[in-house]
Design a protein around this ligand. Structure first.
Ligand code: ZN
Length: 499
């Protein structure tokens, strides 16, 4: 390989990533500490930096340098080869969209989100309808520009989950539905009642903060290289080596929001903190996909953080922090944090019903994109499907098809990554348990490093060396399926087991 050419390309790419991390810092500040009146100036700052980044990413010399490197060598498994392959992928994808289309998508997204907020507040879908039609037209143009063979959904999904096809997602989510619908019905029929009011007592934010900091540190989130701040919509952001930040929201009369929110975001944070530092600024130092990122957060939040073993270790400390838990037995607390109840809102859903919310959106957005479903018919289609899956009537569109921001923001193909995250998480966890053995016993002793170490070796250290399908195959010895997730959910919530 021509090392001089590689170095020149590397320098360009690192410069782009440095600019990207500055953009990230502006975003973090905007969502945490920026005063309201700074919004307009911040919009100018971010627009400028986004423009500069786009220009540098699509600069013709990148194509030329890549081409020189590509003719020069056979693809292999080295970090350099991985980077060249992924840089090519990124470059080709970014240059397929015209500047006019990118600008129109951005403009429409901002205005559409504003109208969506109004429509949701007014419970009036007809306000949002023309914007959703416009957004869909643009997304179809985007998909055509990327190109595809059989399914217009594929190139959009590929943006978030490289290499994965809609038909594959449909297959695993279908398997999941086959198992979940009867499981949900048997839970409802069992009549087991869980007292979730325990979680809605008085939980002073200062005590919540002290407790979640301890929990996050115990699973390996490094506070020398990260911090927790407050925000409205929690997120995790990797700003560079040694700086991966998470955010949360403390609700004084609801424990779950910050507690499971932080374990979730710390799961994302662990992935970012453990990406190979020496490869920062290149694909070898980046996360694989949203579905793999979400597997890390869901694994820690649900498979670890909602397990009985985890709470056998943490519950006495929780009782020390919260007066409200003083007289609550561990079993009652464990039942409360694992209550299963069909509900209207996705973001409030439990582990069992969550994936059905995603399946419903995935099916509808595919039909919207192909035009099989007209936008005007979305509300009745949503409500009918919702009744079919959950047995609930949707009282109005703000609790139905207007509840999520995604479609107004043009994020088509994004929803499935949440469920892929759950499936990946269950399959990775099962493989880790198979290899390490006795994870619950370790959790009972407060030992989380063995599991983190397994994830570092099998997921984090690889950066973008493998796509998500390859990564899961290598880490777990089989292709992704719903099996592990179904086994996990049936084991925890099914049968006669009183959980
Ligand atoms: Zn997440």
């Amino acid at each position: 390989m021509n090392t001089k050419t590689y170095q020149e390309l590397l320098n360009r790419q690192k410069e782009i990533q440095l600019l990207g991390s500055m953009q990230g810092l502006l975003e973090w500040d905007q969502r945490t500490y920026m005063p309201q009146a700074g919004a307009e100036h911040r919009a100018e700052q971010t627009a400028l930096i986004a423009g500069v980044i786009h220009q540098k990413r699509t600069a013709p010399p990148i194509d030329k340098l890549l081409h020189e490197l590509e003719v020069d060598r056979e693809p292999d498994d080295s970090p350099e080869a991985v980077n060249i392959r992924e840089w090519r992928r990124d470059y080709d994808k970014q240059t397929k969209l015209s500047r006019e289309l990118v600008e129109e998508l951005t403009r429409t997204s901002v205005l559409s989100q504003q109208t969506w907020q109004q429509a949701r507040a007014d419970k009036d879908f007809s306000l949002f309808q023309p914007w959703l039609e416009k957004t869909l037209d643009l997304k179809r143009r985007e998909a055509e520009a990327y190109g595809y063979t059989d399914d217009i959904y594929d190139p959009l999904l590929d943006t978030y989950e490289p290499g994965v096809k809609a038909v594959e997602v449909g297959k695993v989510l279908g398997e999941l539905r086959e198992a979940l619908v009867p499981l949900m019905k048997s839970i409802a029929a069992s009549g087991r009642k869980r007292d979730s009011s325990i979680l809605h007592r008085d939980y002073p934010p200062a005590a919540q903060s002290a407790f979640v900091h301890k929990v996050a540190a115990s699973i390996g989130y490094d506070f020398n290289a990260g911090r927790i701040d407050e925000t409205v919509h929690p997120f995790c952001i990797g700003l560079g080596p040694g700086d991966v930040r998470i955010t949360t929201r403390y609700i004084p009369d609801f424990l779950n929001s910050a507690l499971f929110g932080i374990i979730h975001e710390a799961g994302h944070g662990l992935y970012e903190q453990n990406l190979p530092r020496e490869h920062w600024g290149t694909p070898m130092g980046e996360a694989v996909s949203l579905g793999i990122h979400e597997s890390q957060s869901r694994l820690w939040e649900n498979l670890v953080g909602r397990s009985r073993a985890f709470w056998e270790f943490w519950y006495p400390t929780a009782q020390d922090h919260f007066q409200s838990l003083q007289n609550v037995p561990l079993d009652d607390f464990y039942l409360a944090i694992n209550a299963v109840q069909p509900s209207l809102i996705r973001v409030e859903a439990d582990e069992v019903t969550y994936n059905l919310h995603i399946l419903l959106r995935f099916e509808l957005e595919r039909e919207l994109l192909t035009g099989r479903l007209a936008v005007a018919d979305l509300p009745p289609a949503w409500n009918a499907k919702f009744f079919d899956y959950f047995g609930l009537e949707v009282p109005d569109d703000s609790l139905g098809c207007l509840q999520d921001i995604h479609w107004s923001a043009g994020l088509f193909g994004y929803f499935p990554t949440y469920s892929l995250g759950n499936l990946n998480a269950a399959q990775l966890y099962a493989a880790a348990e198979g290899e390490l053995g006795g994870l619950p016993a370790m959790f009972r002793r407060g030992e989380f490093q063995p599991l983190l170490g397994w994830l570092q070796r099998n997921v984090h250290q690889h950066g973008r060396r493998y796509n998500s399908a390859e990564l899961i195959q290598r880490a777990t010895g089989k292709p992704l399926s719903a099996d592990a997730a179904v086994r996990y959910l049936e084991g925890k919530y099914g049968g006669r087991q009183v959980v």
